[in-house]
Design a protein around this ligand. Sequence first.
Ligand code: AR6
Length: 169
Amino acid sequence: MTTITLVQGDITRQSADAIVNAANSSLLGGGGVDGAIHRRGGPAILEECRALRASRYGRGLPTGQAVATTAGALDARWVIHTVGPVYSSSEDRSDLLASCYRESLRVADELGARTVAFPAVSTGVYRWPMDDAARIAVETVRGTPTAVEEVRFVLFDDRAYEAFARRTG
Ligand code: AR6
């Protein structure tokens, strides 16, 4: 049985088995959550990301997929990097956003992670509308069989927190 919890704050301050990064296909860093994770987690994370690019993901991590690295100096054992879709008003990319949550949980299960902290993937730089992203995130986690005991959504601001609270309350 997976419990969903909500926290407002900075995901890099969380303690969890795994912290999910809203990455991009390059796996080499960026702004938002990605920038914050690499800043606080230190160079060990980027080093593993570079190694992944040099081996399994020579062309980058495809949208909707997930891969784990060390969490470096973060209070976690792993960072699970997932690549959300850029929002499009002309094309429905919801399946790709749902896939980020499903694939991250699959990787978490492979690792044996029991607590996983997620940001609201795609709702920043990738512009996904918060209410719809919250619906997809919560529905997907609820619909995905997993041994993860706690899925914690870590929401940066009031607006994100309220959107997720409406879906879980
Ligand atoms: N902790 C929790 N949530 C955060 C934090 C934080 N420290 N910082 C931002 N958010 P984003 P995306 C929220 O842009 O939309 C990067 O450049 C933010 O308010 O981090 O998936 C990557 O390299 C928003 O609600 O991720 C990619 O190129 C949510 O986290 C691209 O951005 C996600 O915002 C990915 O864009």
